[in-house]
Design a protein around this ligand. Structure first.
Ligand code: FES
Length: 905
C-alpha cells in the first residue's frame, strides 16, 4: 500500500494516497477538483499544467504525485478571491490586454507569468522587461489561438505597474482565475471514463467483434460497438468499439480484452498511391458515402477510381484559356507562369481535445461537448437517437479552441452517449493527444497545378487551376474554385478533384481551401509581377477590382517596410525579404437564428444557442446590447453554449458575429420599446421617448440603468433581420459564376442554412522575413495585416483574433506538417512534442490595419474576420522568401532542408 502524501495546496493542507503512476496534475484535477490547471499535451511541452511548487514553476503532468509530499503547491485558483489575496497583477493585466482567447492555455501562462513577475520585481522593481526577456521566460508554453502578442504586452505592463481596470472580454476573469469550465473539466456524480478501441489497420473488414470478455473486467460498466454496418475500417485509428469503466486505466485495460478479428485488405496511403492506375478503390459502388471535409454541402460528382471530380467548377471559357496557354507555352512566352504548388496536412490541435460527457436521466439526454455547433449537435443527436428535441440538451460553456474541427457529431460523442445509455451513468470520453493528432481533424493536403498568363499589355489574359485535395477518406475539396474570386479574367479553367485514400478524414480548417488557394495563386501573381518587371502591389491593384482591397493596397504601399524592401540580389548568410499577398473571403450569416434580450433581477440579459470558442461571441453580444442601453458590457449577463436557448449559429465560416450582432441589436430595439411601455405603468411618465442615454419624458430623463433596475423580469426575442439592399456598393458573391454560382448559393442556403451576404471581406498582408541561408531557417520578423471586415464589434478582440490568425499562418508556412507512415498509414506525429506549432518565440511583430467600411448594409456594420485574416499569411511569407533569396518555395511548410536544397539548385 502506498504511503500518504501530505501537501499544502493554495495554503490548504491536503492528504491523499497516490495511485501507481499518478501525476501531480491528476491529483489536482481529479482528486482536489482544481480544474484550472489544464492537462493538454501530457509531455511537458505546452506548459498548460504549470503550477508553482515551493514558488518555482513546474509542469505538473511530468511530476509524480509522490513528489508533492511536504511541498507547497499554488495553482491558478490560488490567486483568486476566496483562496488568496485576490487577483494577481498578472491576472489583471491578462484581462486588460486581452491576453487570451479560448483560455485553455491561460492558467499555465498566468502561473509562469506570476513566477516571472515575482522574480523580476525582486530584482528590477518596476522596470519594464523587454519583449525578448518576456519571450524567454515564457518559451515553454504554447497557445494554439496565437494570443502571444497580447500575452507579451500583458506581462510587460504588469511588471511596469501599468494596469488599467477595463477587461476587454466579459469572461476574462473566469479564464484567468481557472474558474471557466470546459468539457474536459466536467465532473458528474458517478461519472465513468470511456475509451475507444481503434483499428490498427488502414483497411480491413471486421470479421468478428466480441465484447464479452471486456465486459467481465472488474470496474467495467458498458461496452459498445462502433464499427459501421459495412463492417469496414478505412484508416488506422477508426473507431471499432468503446468501453466505459470506473477509471481510465481500467477502461484501457478492458480494451485489451476486446476480441477482434480483422480480414486485412490492401490499402492505398497518400494521394500519389491513390492516383496510381489500378490502385485499390477506397469507396466503390453506386452509393459511395465518404465523410465530408467541407463546411458546405456536397454535390453529386463523378468518380474515376479514387478521384472524385471535377466538382462544380467556376470556369469561364475554359477552352479559350487552354488555347491561350497552349499557344504561350509553345511560343516559349517568358510571361507564362506555371507551377505545381503543394501543401501539407495541418492538424487543428486545439489545446482542449475533443471531449464529451453524456448523461441520460429520466429519458432525457444531456451532453457536455467541446463543440463549435451546440445547436447542430443537439439536432443530430435528436435524429440519431430518435428523441423529441426538447429531451436533448447540448452544453458547451467554454470551448478550448476548435478552428473548424468541432463542427460535427463525432464518434467519441456517439460513443459517450451509447455508453451512458448502457451504463445508466454519466460517461466521459476525452481524446488523448495521439488520438487528437490522428482523428481530431486536419486541413487536407493539396496539390495545385496553376498556370497564369499575363498579356504583354500587362492584363491577366488566362488562368488555369487544377487542384487535387487529399483529405484521406473524406471529400469536399474546394481550392481551384476559390481562385476565381480576386482577379477576374474572361478565360479561366478552374477544376477541383478529391483524391481519397486510406488515411483519417480531413476537416474544415479556418478558411478551408482559401489558404491553400492563396499559397499558389498569390505566389503566381508575385511571379508574374517579377516577369513583368512590375511592383507586386501595383500589379494587384490593376488586376483586382475590389474597392476595399484597393484601399488596403494603398495602405500597404505606404508602409515603410514595403517602401524599403530589398530590390536587388543579396549575398551573405542572413538575407531580408518582404512579400505581399492578398486574400478574399465571403460574408456569411446563418438564417433562422434568434437572440433573446431581457431583464432579470434588475440586470440586462442576452442569450442565444451559439458558443464561445475563444472568438469572443459572449463579449460581442454583451457589447451589442449594452451599447443600446448605454450600459457597461460587464453588467450584462450573457448566456451562450446551451442548445436549449434560442436557436443560435454554429461558429464556422466566420458567421457568428454577422449573425448574432444584428439579431441582438434588433432584440435590444424591441426591448427598449417594451421598457418604454413598462416605464409608463411603473413610473407614470408622460410623453416618453427612447434615447441612447435613457428615457426622455415630460419630467426629465430616466437612465436605462434606472429603468432596468425597476421593471419586472421580461424578455423579447428577435430574429436575424435581412440586410438592407446596397446593390450598388456590395457585389453579390458568385456573380459571374453562372449556374454553378447560383447552384452553390441555393445549396448553401437550403442545406447549410447559410446565407451569402453581399460583399467580400478582404485582406492584404505584408510579411518581412530574415532567411538564414546557412541553416535554411526563415524567421518572420514583422507582419502588417490589412483587413476589410467592416465595423469591429469588439475592437480589442478583433485585433487579438486577427493576430492569432497570423500566428497560425506562420505555423502553416514554416513548421506544420503531420507525418504519416507511407506504408501502414500510422500517424507518426504523436503529439505536440513532435508536431511543431508556433511558440511565443516564433511570434513576429504584428501591426494591424482595419478598414471599417464597406458593410454598412449589415445591421451593426461588421462581419466575421477569423478566416480572412489567416488566408494570405503563408503566401506573403513565400513571396518574402523569394524577395530575400531569389528562390521560390512551392511546397509547404518551407522547411530548412527544402530551402537549402532550393538555394543550391
Ligand atoms: Fe491560448 Fe486558446 S488562448 S490556446
Amino acid at each position: 500500500m502506498s504511503e500518504s502524501v501530505r501537501v499544502t495546496v493554495n495554503a490548504q493542507p491536503r492528504e491523499f494516497e497516490p495511485g501507481p503512476d499518478e501525476t501531480a496534475v491528476e491529483v489536482l484535477r481529479d482528486r482536489l477538483g482544481l480544474t484550472g490547471t489544464k492537462l493538454v499535451c501530457g509531455a511537458g511541452v505546452c506548459g498548460a499544467c504549470t503550477v508553482l511548487l515551493d514558488d518555482e514553476p513546474v509542469v505538473s503532468c511530468l511530476l509524480p504525485a509522490t513528489s508533492l509530499d511536504g511541498r507547497a503547491v499554488r495553482t491558478v485558483e490560488g490567486w483568486s478571491e476566496g483562496c488568496g489575496p485576490g487577483l494577481h497583477p498578472v491576472q489583471r493585466a491578462f484581462m486588460d490586454f486581452d491576453a487570451l482567447q479560448c483560455g485553455m492555455c491561460t492558467p499555465g501562462f498566468v502561473t509562469e507569468g506570476i513566477a516571472f513577475y515575482q522574480r523580476w520585481s525582486r530584482e528590477r522593481g518596476q522596470q519594464e522587461p523587454t519583449r525578448g526577456e518576456v519571450v524567454e521566460a515564457l518559451a515553454g508554453h504554447l497557445c494554439r489561438c496565437g494570443a502571444y502578442p497580447n500575452i507579451i504586452a500583458a506581462i510587460q505592463a504588469a511588471c511596469a505597474g501599468r494596469i488599467a481596470a477595463t477587461p476587454a472580454r466579459v469572461d476574462a476573469e473566469a479564464k484567468v482565475s481557472g474558474r471557466a469550465v470546459y468539457t474536459v473539466d466536467v465532473r458528474r456524480e458517478g461519472q465513468l471514463e470511456g475509451r475507444v478501441l481503434r483499428s490498427p489497420h488502414a483497411h480491413a473488414r471486421v470479421v468478428r467483434l466480441d465484447l464479452r470478455a471486456a465486459k467481465q473486467v472488474a470496474g467495467v460498466h458498458a461496452a459498445v460497438e462502433l464499427v459501421g454496418v459495412d463492417r469496414r475500417v478505412r484508416y488506422v485509428g477508426q473507431e471499432v468499439a468503446a468501453i466505459a469503466a470506473e477509471d481510465r486505466v481500467t477502461a484501457e485495460r478492458a480494451l485489451e480484452a476486446v476480441e477482434v478479428e480483422y480480414d486485412v485488405l490492401p490499402a492505398v496511403i497518400g494521394a500519389v498511391s491513390a492516383r496510381t492506375p489500378g490502385a485499390v478503390e477506397v469507396w466503390s459502388g453506386r452509393r459511395r458515402q465518404p465523410p465530408s471535409s467541407a463546411e458546405g454541402p456536397l454535390f453529386p460528382t463523378p468518380w474515376h477510381g479514387n478521384a472524385r471530380g471535377p466538382t462544380a467548377s467556376f470556369s469561364a471559357r475554359p477552352r479559350k484559356a487552354r488555347r491561350l496557354i497552349a499557344a504561350a507555352r509553345s511560343a516559349g512566352d517568358p510571361l507564362l507562369v506555371e507551377g505545381v504548388w503543394r501543401t501539407a496536412a495541418q492538424v487543428h490541435t486545439a489545446l482542449e481535445p475533443h471531449a464529451c460527457v453524456a448523461h441520460w436521466a429520466a429519458g432525457s439526454l444531456t451532453v457536455w461537448v467541446s463543440t463549435q455547433a451546440c445547436e447542430r449537435i443537439a439536432e443530430k443527436l435528436t435524429k440519431r437517437f430518435g428523441l423529441p428535441r426538447e429531451r436533448v440538451t447540448v452544453v458547451a460553456e467554454h470551448v478550448g479552441g476548435a478552428f473548424g474541427a468541432k463542427l460535427e457529431l463525432t464518434p467519441e460523442t456517439v460513443a459517450a452517449v451509447e455508453l451512458s445509455r448502457q451504463a445508466a451513468a454519466p460517461v466521459r470520453v476525452v481524446l488523448d493527444r495521439l488520438e487528437e493528432m490522428t482523428v481530431g481533424g486536419h486541413r487536407p493536403a493539396a496539390e495545385i497545378q496553376l498556370t497564369l498568363l499575363p498579356a504583354r499589355s500587362g492584363e491577366l489574359s488566362a488562368l488555369s487551376v487544377t487542384a487535387y485535395g487529399d483529405a484521406g477518406v473524406a471529400v469536399g475539396s474546394a481550392i481551384a474554385g476559390l481562385c476565381r474570386l480576386i482577379y477576374p479574367t474572361k478565360a479561366k479553367e478552374l477544376v477541383d478533384f478529391d483524391v481519397v485514400n486510406h488515411m483519417p478524414p480531413g476537416l474544415p480548417f479556418r478558411g478551408p481551401g482559401g489558404a491553400v488557394a492563396c499559397w499558389a495563386l498569390e505566389q503566381a501573381v508575385d511571379e508574374a509581377a517579377a516577369r513583368l518587371g512590375e511592383d507586386p502591389i501595383v500589379l494587384r491593384r490593376r488586376w483586382d477590382p475590389d474597392p476595399l482591397r484597393g484601399k488596403l493596397y494603398r495602405w500597404a504601399e505606404g508602409l515603410e517596410a514595403w517602401r524599403g524592401r530589398p530590390t536587388g540580389g543579396q549575398s551573405g548568410r542572413f538575407r531580408r525579404g518582404v512579400g505581399v499577398a492578398a486574400g478574399n473571403w465571403f460574408y456569411w450569416y446563418q438564417s433562422k437564428c434568434r437572440v433573446a434580450v431581457g431583464v432579470r433581477d434588475g440586470r440586462l440579459t442576452v442569450a442565444t444557442a451559439t458558443q464561445d470558442m475563444g472568438t469572443g461571441s459572449r463579449t460581442v453580444l454583451a457589447r451589442a446590447v449594452a451599447g443600446a442601453f448605454d450600459l457597461d458590457p460587464m453588467s450584462v449577463r450573457v448566456r451562450v453554449g446551451d442548445s436549449s436557448l434560442e436557436r443560435g449559429p454554429m461558429s464556422g465560416g466566420s458567421r457568428t458575429t454577422a449573425t448574432v450582432v444584428p439579431a441582438a441589436l434588433a432584440a435590444a430595439h424591441k426591448l427598449r420599446e417594451r421598457l418604454v411601455r413598462e416605464a409608463v405603468t411603473r413610473f407614470g411618465v408622460r410623453a416618453p421617448v427612447a434615447e441612447p442615454a435613457g428615457l426622455r419624458h415630460a419630467g426629465g430623463l430616466l437612465s436605462w440603468a434606472e429603468v432596468i433596475t425597476a421593471v419586472p423580469d421580461c424578455q423579447v426575442v428577435a430574429s436575424r433581420p435581412d440586410d438592407t439592399d446596397t446593390r450598388r456598393h456590395a457585389p453579390r458573391p458568385y456573380a459571374g459564376a453562372g449556374p454553378a454560382g447560383a447552384g452553390l448559393d441555393w445549396a448553401l442556403r437550403l442545406l447549410a442554412g447559410l446565407r451569402t451576404g453581399r460583399g467580400y471581406t478582404g485582406a492584404v498582408h505584408v510579411s518581412e522575413v530574415e532567411v538564414d541561408t546557412l541553416l535554411g531557417r526563415v524567421r518572420v520578423l514583422r507582419v502588417f495585416g490589412g483587413l476589410a471586415v467592416g465595423r469591429l464589434a469588439a475592437p480589442e478582440l478583433a485585433r487579438s483574433q486577427a493576430a492569432g490568425s497570423i500566428v497560425q499562418g506562420v505555423g502553416y508556412a514554416l513548421y506544420e506538417q503531420r507525418r504519416n507512415d507511407p506504408h501502414t498509414g500510422v500517424v507518426l506525429s504523436a503529439g505536440l512534442e513532435d508536431y511543431r506549432i508556433p511558440g511565443i518565440g516564433d511570434t513576429p511583430e504584428i501591426e494591424l490595419h482595419f478598414l471599417e467600411e464597406g458593410f454598412e448594409h449589415v445591421p451593426g456594420g461588421g462581419v466575421g474576420l477569423g478566416e480572412i485574416s489567416t488566408l494570405p499569411v503563408a503566401a506573403s511569407i513565400g513571396n518574402a522568401v523569394f524577395n530575400a533569396t531569389g528562390w521560390r518555395p512551392y511546397e509547404l511548410p518551407i522547411r530548412p532542408d527544402r530551402l537549402l536544397e532550393g538555394l543550391q539548385s
